[in-house]
Design a protein around this ligand. Structure first.
Ligand SMILES: NC(=O)c1ccc[n+]([C@@H]2O[C@H](COP(=O)([O-])OP(=O)(O)OC[C@H]3O[C@@H](n4cnc5c(N)ncnc54)[C@H](O)[C@@H]3O)[C@@H](O)[C@H]2O)c1
Ligand SMILES: [Zn+2]
Ligand SMILES: [Zn+2]
Length: 387
C-alpha cells in the first residue's frame, strides 16, 4: 500500500510499504478514506519530538472497516464507516476506566512509566506518533491497523460526509477538552492562544458551553481571519506578550480572562533571543505562550494546556501560579471521553467542523501538504488527504 513515511527532519515521503495485518484478535484493518495533518505531526516533522526509524505518520483518520479480529465481537463489522480517536487505548485498564485513555497502561508497554517526560517514561500510545508513543503505524495511509477496535472506533451515519466527521478523531475533542478542563459553564470570558485548527475547535467548543466572550490570539492575521469567519470570535494579533495580556485584561474589567486555553505549544514563533535562551538552558522550544496565559488569566482562573510541551523549563512562573491561585490542567486530550456527545452535536447540526479545511490533496501529495501547513504557505489552516 501507499503511506506517508517519516524519514528524518523535514523529510516525509509517500512510499510503498507492507499492508497492515491483523496481529491481535481485537484488531481491525481500516481502509482510510480521509485523513488530516495535525500540528502535533509538525513536532515530529520539525525533529523536536524524535523518531529514529522510518514510520507511517497520522493520527487523524477515518474509513471503512475491511477486516476484524475474532475478539472485536459485535461492536464493529466489515463495511462499517468509522472515525477513530487518536489515542491507542485498551478500554479495560485503570486509566481507561477513569476516562484517561491517553494514559492507558497496556497500549505502550515498552515506554510506559509513572514518571513521565518526553524522553523518559510515557503513558499510553498514539497512532503514528513515534516509538516513544507506542510505535504504531499511523493513518496517513491507504490502510491502518487499529488495535482495541472494540473500544476506539465510532460508526458514522451516512448522513454525514467524511469531512463533517473527520475532526472527531482529534481536534474537536481536543478543543473541547480545553474548555471542559476550563470548567466553562456559561458566561465566561475565554481567551484562546493559537488560531490553528486546535484553537479554532476550542473556540467552537467555548460557544457550545455558553461562553459570553471568546477571543483568539495568533501571530498570523490570516489565521485570525479564519477563526473569526469560522467562529465569530474576537481576535488579537500577537505582536508581543505584554500587549496581548493588556488587551485581554481590558476586555475583562482589568481582571483577566476566566479561562485561558494554550493551543500553540512549545514551538511558537520565536525571535533570535528566544532561540538563544533555549540553547543556553538546554530547553526544547519555549514556554512563552504558556507564560502569557498565566498573566492573562484572572486570579482564581483556569489555564488549560492543549499545546504540546516536551521538556521542563527553568523559571516557570510558579510564584504567579501560587499568588493568583491559578488552576492548570492539560495533556493529551481524552478523545474517547467526549467523542459520542460531540458526534451527536455534529449530527444535530449544533456545530460545523469542516469550515476550517483549506486544502484537500491526494495522499500522493502529502509531503507538499506538510510543507504548506508547516510553513503557513497559501493561507493553509488544515490539510485533508484522500488516499
Ligand atoms: N493535547 C492534545 O491532545 C493535542 C491534540 C492535537 C494537537 N495538539 C497540539 O496543539 C498545538 C496546536 O496544534 P494545531 O494543529 O492547531 O497546529 P498549528 O501549529 O497550526 O497551530 C499553532 C498556531 O499557533 C500560532 N502561534 C505561533 N506562535 C504564537 C504566539 N506567540 N502566540 C499566539 N499564537 C502563536 C501559529 O501561528 C498557529 O496558528 C500543537 O502543539 C499540537 O501538537 C495537542
Ligand atoms: Zn492531532
Ligand atoms: Zn487502557
Amino acid at each position: 500500500m501507499k503511506a506517508l513515511v517519516y524519514h528524518g527532519i523535514k523529510d516525509v515521503r509517500v512510499d510503498t510499504v507492507e499492508d497492515p495485518k491483523i496481529e491481535d484478535s481485537r484488531d481491525a484493518i481500516i481502509r482510510v478514506t480521509s485523513t488530516a495533518i495535525c500540528g502535533s505531526d509538525l513536532h515530529i516533522y520539525n525533529g523536536s519530538i524524535p523518531q529514529p526509524r522510518p514510520m507511517v505518520l497520522g493520527h487523524e483518520f477515518m474509513g471503512i472497516v475491511e477486516e476484524v479480529g475474532k475478539g472485536v465481537g459485535g461492536k464493529l463489522k466489515v463495511g462499517d464507516r468509522v472515525v477513530v480517536p487518536f489515542p491507542v487505548a485498551c478500554g479495560t485498564c485503570y486509566f481507561c476506566n477513569h476516562a484517561l485513555p491517553g494514559h492507558c497502561e497496556n497500549s505502550n508497554p515498552e515506554h510506559y512509566g509513572p514518571e513521565g517526560g518526553l524522553l523518559t517514561e510515557k503513558g499510553g500510545a498514539l497512532f503514528g506518533y513515534t516509538d516513544l508513543y507506542g510505535g504504531y503505524n499511523g493513518g496517513q495511509a491507504e490502510y491502518v491497523r487499529v488495535p482495541y477496535a472494540d473500544y476506539g472506533p465510532r460508526v458514522i451515519p451516512d448522513s454525514l460526509t467524511d469531512e463533517q466527521a473527520l475532526f472527531l478523531t482529534d481536534i474537536f475533542p481536543t478543543g473541547y477538552s480545553g474548555i471542559d478542563w476550563g470548567e466553562v459553564k456559561g458566561g465566561e470570558t475565554v481567551a484562546i492562544f493559537g488560531s490553528g485548527p486546535v484553537g479554532i475547535m476550542a473556540a467552537k467548543s467555548a460557544w457550545l458551553r455558553g461562553a459570553a466572550r471568546v477571543v483568539i490570539v495568533d501571530t498570523l492575521q490570516y489565521r485570525l481571519d479564519k477563526a473569526q469567519h469560522a467562529t465569530n470570535c474576537e481576535t488579537i494579533l500577537w505582536e508581543n506578550a505584554k500587549d496581548v495580556v493588556e488587551q485581554i485584561r481590558a476586555m475583562s474589567g482589568g481582571r483577566g480572562a476566566d479561562v485561558c486555553v494554550e493551543a500553540v505549544g512549545f514551538e511558537p514563533d520565536r525571535n533570535l533571543l528566544d532561540r538563544a535562551k533555549a540553547v543556553v538552558n538546554f530547553e526544547k522550544g519555549s514556554p512563552k505562550v504558556l507564560e502569557a496565559c498565566m498573566s492573562a488569566v484572572r486570579r482564581g482562573g483556569i489555564v488549560t494546556v492543549l499545546g504540546v510541551y516536551a521538556t521542563p523549563y527553568d523559571n516557570f512562573p510558579v510564584g504567579q501560579f501560587f499568588d493568583k491561585g491559578i488552576k492548570i490542567v492539560g495533556g493529551q486530550a481524552p478523545a474517547h471521553k467526549h467523542i459520542d456527545k460531540l458526534l451527536q452535536y455534529v449530527i444535530e447540526g449544533k456545530v460545523v467542523l469542516d469550515d476550517i479545511i483549506t486544502h484537500r490533496l491526494p495522499l500522493s501529495e502529502a509531503a507538499h501538504g506538510y510543507d504548506i501547513f508547516r510553513n503557513k504557505k497559501d493561507n493553509c489552516v488544515k490539510v485533508v488527504l484522500k488516499p
